[in-house]
Design a protein around this ligand. Structure first.
Ligand SMILES: [Zn+2]
Length: 411
C-alpha cells in the first residue's frame, strides 16, 4: 500500500533544492535588437525550446514498444502505477498511443511557428538495458519509441542531465546510438569528455548554423561521478560556476563559433519549488553572454517555469519548467502548477545574435498529453512570468488565448 505522505517526502528529497540566494540587482543596459537587413528583409532565426521531455517510465508504458514495467523506487515497483495515479486525477489514458498523442496541441503550435531548430532537454535514457544505477528513480524509454522525438521534428537533445545515465554507461551508449540512428543531434554527453563537450551543430539552410553546448550542474542532482573524462563516458558536468569554468567554455565556443552562428548554452541546473534565482547562476549566465559568446541561455531542471531575463539583448531562460512528464497524479506543491509549461519561441537576429521577439505558448499536461493551456491557466502563467521577470527587467503580455509575448526594455 502506498504511503502517500512518505512517498511525497521522498519525491521532494530526490529533487535537490538550491541554496536560496537573493537575486542580483536588475541587469543594466539591454540594447535594442535588430533583425532586419539593410534592404528591409528579416534576417532572423527562430528556435523552439522547452524544458524536460521525460518520455520514460509511465510515458514509455503507453507507447507502442515499452520496456518491462518494473521500476526500482522505494514506494512503487511498477511504472504503470504512475498511469493509475494520473487516471485517478484526470480520467482514462488510452494505450497504446501513437507517437503524436503525447505532443497533442504542441504539434499544431510547432507547425504554426515553423521554428528553424527544435531543441529539448531529454530527461531519460533510451535503452532496454536492465542494470540500473541505485539512485531511487530511473527513467528509460524503449529505443523503438524514438519516433516520439521524430514526429515532433526534434533537431537536438541536450543530454547533460540527471537521468541520462540512469541505466549506466550501457544505457548512455544505447541512448547516443539510438539518437544518432534517428539523425537527432545530441550535446552534453558522450563516450568521452571531448565528445561530451562537442556542440551539436544544426545547419539552418540559407541562414547559418545553431550551435548547442549542453552542460549539467550538480544543483540539478547530477552525481559527480557521472562526469565524462578523457577515458570514461559521461556528461559535461560543470565543476562549479566559477570564472575558470566560464573561461574554459569561452575557449571552446570561440574555437567553433563563426560569424553568423547562433550559440545556445543549454544548462541543466537549479532546484524545485522556489522561483528565486541564485546569484551565482545569474552571474554565470551573464558571463556566458559577456565572455563566452553565447547568444541564448536555455536553463532547465525545475518542474515549474522560472523568470526570463534579456541581458544585453540576449535571452536567459533560467528554468523552462517540465514540458512532458508522468507526474500528474502526484500531489504536493500545487501552488507551483507544475502541470503547466511553456513552448519558448525566441527569434534572434542572425548577424548580431540579439533577440528580436520572443513568443511563448502556454501548455498543460493532461492524460500524458500536452494541451494548449486554457485562458485562465495561460493568464496565471503570464502573471507568474511577469512577477518573476520584473526584477530581471522583463514582462509578459497575453496575446491570444494560450499565446504570450515577452517584453523587455529596448534601449
Ligand atoms: Zn533533471
Amino acid at each position: 500500500m502506498l504511503n502517500r505522505r512518505r512517498f511525497l517526502a521522498w519525491l521532494a528529497a530526490t529533487s535537490l533544492a538550491n541554496p536560496t540566494l537573493s537575486p542580483r540587482a536588475r541587469a543594466a543596459g539591454s540594447e535594442s535588437p535588430m533583425g532586419v537587413n539593410s534592404d528591409g528583409r528579416e534576417a532572423v532565426i527562430t528556435l523552439f525550446l522547452c524544458g524536460d521531455v521525460m518520455s520514460g517510465r509511465a510515458i514509455d508504458q503507453i507507447l507502442p514498444n515499452h520496456n518491462r514495467p518494473q521500476i526500482h523506487e522505494p514506494y512503487l515497483v511498477d511504472a504503470r502505477d504512475y498511469i493509475a495515479l494520473a487516471e485517478r486525477v484526470n480520467g482514462p489514458i488510452p494505450r497504446p498511443v501513437a507517437f503524436d498523442y503525447v505532443w497533442g496541441d504542441a504539434l499544431a503550435e510547432l507547425s504554426r511557428m515553423s521554428p528553424d531548430a527544435r531543441i529539448v532537454n531529454l530527461e531519460t535514457a533510451i535503452t532496454t538495458h536492465d542494470v540500473f544505477e541505485p539512485k531511487g528513480i530511473n527513467y528509460r524509454m524503449h529505443p523503438a519509441n524514438v519516433g516520439l522525438l521524430g514526429v515532433a521534428g526534434i533537431d537536438c537533445c541536450a543530454l547533460a542531465n540527471n537521468h541520462v545515465l540512469d541505466w549506466g554507461d550501457k544505457g548512455l551508449a544505447d541512448t547516443l546510438a539510438c539518437l544518432q540512428g534517428a539523425e537527432i543531434r545530441t550535446a552534453g554527453a558522450g563516450r568521452d569528455l571531448a565528445r561530451a563537450q562537442a556542440p551539436a551543430v544544426i545547419p539552418i539552410p540559407g541562414k547559418g548554423r545553431v550551435l548547442v553546448f549542453a552542460f549539467g550542474s550538480e544543483y540539478s542532482g547530477i552525481a559527480r561521478d557521472w562526469a565524462a573524462t578523457q577515458k570514461r563516458p559521461g556528461i559535461d558536468l560543470l565543476p562549479d560556476l566559477s570564472a575558470a569554468t566560464l573561461a574554459g567554455i569561452a575557449e571552446r565556443v570561440g574555437r567553433t563559433k563563426q560569424t553568423g552562428d547562433i550559440a545556445v548554452a543549454s544548462v541543466h541546473w537549479g532546484g524545485n519549488w522556489d522561483y528565486q534565482i541564485p546569484a551565482a547562476q545569474r552571474r554565470f549566465a551573464h558571463g556566458l553572454i559577456d565572455q563566452a559568446g553565447i547568444d541564448l541561455v536555455h536553463g532547465h531542471s525545475s518542474h515549474h517555469v522560472k523568470g526570463v531575463e534579456v541581458y544585453r539583448g540576449r535571452p536567459i531562460i533560467y528554468g523552462c519548467g517540465d514540458f512532458l512528464n508522468d507526474y500528474e497524479g502526484i500531489r504536493g506543491h500545487e501552488e507551483y502548477r507544475a502541470d503547466l509549461g511553456l513552448m519558448y519561441f525566441p527569434t534572434l537576429d542572425i548577424e548580431s545574435g540579439r533577440l528580436v521577439r520572443f513568443e511563448l505558448t502556454a501548455t498543460r499536461i493532461k492524460r500524458f498529453r500536452i494541451q494548449r493551456a486554457d485562458p485562465a491557466e495561460a493568464a496565471w502563467l503570464a502573471a507568474v512570468l511577469d512577477r518573476e521577470g520584473r526584477p530581471l527587467g522583463t514582462g509578459v503580455a497575453a496575446v491570444d488565448g494560450a499565446r504570450l509575448r515577452l517584453e523587455w526594455a529596448r534601449r
